[in-house]
Design a protein around this ligand. Sequence first.
Ligand code: UD1
Ligand code: MG
Length: 418
Amino acid sequence: MATRRKSSSTAGKPEEIRFEDRKASPDDPPLAPPKLGLILSASALFFAPFFYLLFYHYQIEPELRRSIAINAAMSFGGFVVAVRMIPVAARYVLRRNLFGYDINKKGTPQGAIKVPESLGIVIGIVYLVIAILFQHFNFTSDSNWLVEYNAALASICFMILLGFVDDVLDVPWRIKLVLPSFAALPLLMAYAGHTTIIIPKPLVQYVGVAVLDLGWIYKLYMGMLAVFCTNSINIHAGLNGLEVGQTVVISAAILIHNIMQIGASADPEYKQAHAFSIYLVMPLLTTSLALLSYNWYPSSVFVGDTYTYFAGMAMAVVGILGHFSETLLLFFLPQVLNFLYSCPQLFKIIPCPRHRLPRFDPQTGLLTGTKDGTLVNLFLRLFGRCSEKSLCIRLLIFQALSCLLCFGLRHFLAGWYK
Ligand code: UD1
Ligand code: MG
C-alpha cells in the first residue's frame, strides 16, 4: 500500500515527500539476515512426506516423476535467487519511499523503523520466470494444456501488476475488491476444460442428475473463486509472517493433495490436471519460503498487497486447473471464517477502520484483542493475550489443522460423498 499513506495512517497527517528523503543513505543499516535455519527445518516437515509419496509410496510414470523433479530443482533455484534478491530490492523500494511502520510494535524502537514494503514483487517475478521456463521441461505431448497454463500465468502476472499498483497508489477498498476479477479474465477466456460438476451422491436424488453442466455459471464461479482467494488472504493479515505463513501451509497441503491424487488415479487426464497444479504450486511454495525467511517475526520486510494478491491468485488458478476447488476451499477454512466474521465491517454495516489490528502494549510486549471482526482478534479474545509471534504460530497451527481436517474428510467421505 502506498507507503506515504501508510505512514500517514499511523502519524495522523499526510507525510510530505521531501526530495532528500528519496535517496537512501549509504550508511543505511543492512537488512537483518534471513532466518534460513528456521525456514529450512520447517520445510522438511512438508517436503519429506511429498518426496516420500513421489519416489517410494506411489508407482508414478518415470516421465511424470522426471518433470516433477525438474520442477522441484528449478523451484529450489528460485528460492536461492529470491533470498539473494530481496535485500537488493528492499534498498530500492526504500529509496522510493515504499515502506510501512510495524503497527504491532508501535511505542518501541522497532516500531519507528521504516520497513521496506511490497517485497512480494520480487517473489512474483522469480515465480513467473520459473513457471515460464519450466514449459520447456514438461514432457507431455498434450499441447492443449499449454494454452491454459499460459493463460494461468497471464492471470497471475496481471494480478501482480494490479497488486503493485495498489501498493503504490493505495486504491480504495471497494476497487481493491474487484481488481482480482480483472486479473482472472485471461484464464476465464482461455479456459476450455469442462464446465460440469459432479453432484454429491446424497444429493443426486434431489437434483435428478449425477453430473450437471453449469456452462457460463461455472466460469462465473471461477472468477468468484479468484476474487475470494486473493482478498481473503489479504484481510487475514497484519502479523509478522502471517500472510506468507498461511500461503506456505496451504500450498504445502495442495502439493501433497496433488501427489496423492496422481498416485491413486489411473486416468491420464486427471493425473495431468494434478501435475499442472504441482508445476504451478511448487515454485509458489519455495519462493514464499524465501520471503518468509525475511518476513518472519521480527519482520525485516513487508510483503505488500502485491504478494497477498499474487499468492491468492496463484492458488485459485491451481485449484481451477486442477479441478479441486472444493478441496481448496476446505484448505481455506480459516480464511472463510475470517471473511464471514469480517462481513459486517467489509459491507459497512458497522464502521471499518483502516487497520483492524489488535492493541499492542509496549510495556509487556503483548497483544490484546479488539472488537474488530477478524480471526486475529478472536483468537486473542478466546485464548488470552500473547505476543505477536505466538499469535502467528497459533493461527498457522489452526491453518495446518484445517488442512489435516480436509484430508481426513476426503478420506472418510470417499465413495459416500462423490
Ligand atoms: C488489510 C486489512 C487491515 C489490516 C491490513 C494489515 C481489512 C479490511 N483490511 O488491509 O485490517 O490491518 O491488511 O496488513 O481487513 N503491517 C504490520 N505488520 C505486519 C504486516 C503489515 O504492521 O506484519 C502494517 C504495516 O504498516 C504495513 C501495512 O500493515 O505497511 C500493510 O497494510 P495493507 O496490506 O496495505 O492493508 P490492506 O491490505 O489494505
Ligand atoms: Mg494487504
